[in-house]
Design a protein around this ligand. Structure first.
Ligand code: AMP
Ligand code: GLY
Length: 441
């Protein structure tokens, strides 16, 4: 079904995706189902993505290699999955070559690559978030700690692979953390820090697809950051996700729209750095309404896996219009093409390698993935797999598989995802047993 109102969309599209995680596998899986798309290419991709279309081995932050590949393939649309190439300026380099790119400019992507930048913009545009101080001087940071009360939230300014946020109770621990961060724990990424007021509430993730002006809101999702059941143990990239998250009801969604997303998009456009791509708004639903915990410049992972599985329609026209502009006038038809109002409840259970997040064990053999994938309603996304020289699937990362399922209800989707997990034979892996517990309680 091609909407003739969006006249420039032609069939037989070629799409290139940068990245190699579960998020990118879910995106290629969804995009390949579009009747508009002829071929999907990935770089570097993974064994799951390789089954959908050709993969090219390159480092997505190597802008020369990325541009060369794009010039060779000449895709009609390029989607940048992870934060590192966005922070490196991949989107600007590819746009300068004339490509349509889904992903923010390097400048706009600072919403994720610099926590201080994001906080300053929120303050400027009046967006609700935790009170904060931004420091590049150790003495000033230590003096500031004296003026506030715990719990203390200390954040490295730059990208630190999800490890750059520490929350401690006592002032002593806070001082130690600040000193560690500012004297090189994460190198340049923590030379500058943000110290924030502690917020209490339930967290949720809102994903907004935008061309810098218009906005499509996907159903709210919830991630499970801690490694263990009951939200215990160290933080991870995310052990599972589900959508829609009932904590974000229509009232909260409206507040997110009017108090957070609209001021951010219009403020950034007015300041000459329009935000194009997907804006990930991490919120805390506090007693006084939603407040921003963080922004990311990309889809969340594993949230993206659950979102792609739950969307019944075609996401490609919306991705393309976000990258070219014109979303406001085509908003209604794009939402309809995506099937947004018929979103199916969905859940993703991550299976990670023993030892994750500290020291995941690589090379253990994984069986049963194809069997799990054949279960009606289940799709297994690859995040950290490899194929060894005996043609066996092996673990090659921390988070290895995202077993994703949809259902008529959230409970049905979660049960189905666990049925998929049960079909996988991998003694070297582990997963959380309580994905979706907040929604089910
Ligand atoms: P971030 O990378 O900024 O999302 O922080 C990682 C996690 O730390 C968040 O998902 C929250 O669970 C927690 N966190 C961050 N900032 C705050 C805050 N100001 N108050 C309470 N918890 C926070
Ligand atoms: N799942 C959290 C993230 O993608 O940052």
């Amino acid at each position: 079904m091609i909407d003739r109102k969006i006249a420039f969309i032609t069939p037989d599209m070629k799409v290139l995706i940068l990245g190699s995680g579960g998020r990118e596998h879910a995106l290629v899986w969804k995009i390949a189902q579009s009747p508009l798309v002829d071929e999907v290419f990935s770089a570097p991709g993974n064994p799951g993505m390789d089954k959908v279309g050709p993969c090219f081995d390159l480092d997505p932050t190597d802008l020369t290699a990325v541009q060369e590949l794009a010039l060779q393939i000449t895709p009609d649309l390029i989607i940048i999955g992870p934060e590192a190439p966005l922070a490196a300026g991949a989107s600007d380099a590819l746009r300068a070559r004339g490509f349509d790119v889904f992903g923010p400019s390097q400048q706009a992507a600072q919403l994720e690559s610099s926590k201080g930048f994001a906080k300053d913009l929120m303050k400027k545009y009046g967006v609700p978030t935790a009170e904060y101080g931004r420091f590049s001087d150790l003495t000033e940071a230590l003096d500031y700690l004296e003026t506030i009360e715990g719990p203390y939230v200390i954040k490295a300014d730059g990208l630190a692979s999800g490890k750059g946020v520490v929350i401690v109770e006592s002032q002593d621990e806070a001082e130690n953390t600040v000193e560690e961060f500012m004297t090189g724990k994460f190198g340049d990424a923590s030379a500058e820090i943000v110290i924030e007021e502690f917020m209490t509430g339930e967290e949720a993730s809102i994903f907004v697809m935008t061309d810098g002006e218009g906005a499509i809101y996907l159903p709210a999702a919830q991630d499970h950051k801690r490694v263990g059941d009951g939200d215990v143990g160290p933080n991870t990239g995310g052990m599972g996700a589900y959508a829609p998250a009932p904590i974000v009801d229509a009232r909260i969604m409206e507040l997110v729209q009017t108090l957070i997303v609209e001021p951010m998009l219009s403020g950034m456009a007015d300041d000459g750095m329009p935000y194009q791509g997907v804006l990930y708004v991490g919120i805390m639903v506090t007693e006084s309404g939603p407040k921003v915990v963080e922004f990311n410049a990309r889809f969340g992972d594993p949230e993206c896996q659950a979102l792609m599985a739950g969307l019944p329609g075609d996401i490609v026209p919306a991705l393309l219009v976000c990258s070219t502009g014109g979303l406001v006038s085509s908003h209604a038809s794009l939402c309809e093409m995506m099937g947004l109002s018929d979103f199916r409840p969905s859940a993703t259970v991550v299976i990670a390698a023993e030892g994750y997040p500290d020291k995941p064990v690589k090379g253990t053999i994984i069986k049963g993935v194809d069997g799990a994938d054949r279960i009606e309603g289940v799709t297994v996304f690859h995040a950290g797999t490899d194929i060894n020289d005996k043609n066996e699937m092996v673990a090659a990362g921390g988070r290895v598989l995202g077993v994703t399922a949809t259902g008529d209800s959230l409970k049905a989707a979660i049960d189905k995802a666990y049925e998929g997990v049960g079909a996988i034979d991998w003694p070297g892996g582990f997963f959380r047993n309580d994905i979706g517990h907040r929604a089910l309680k």
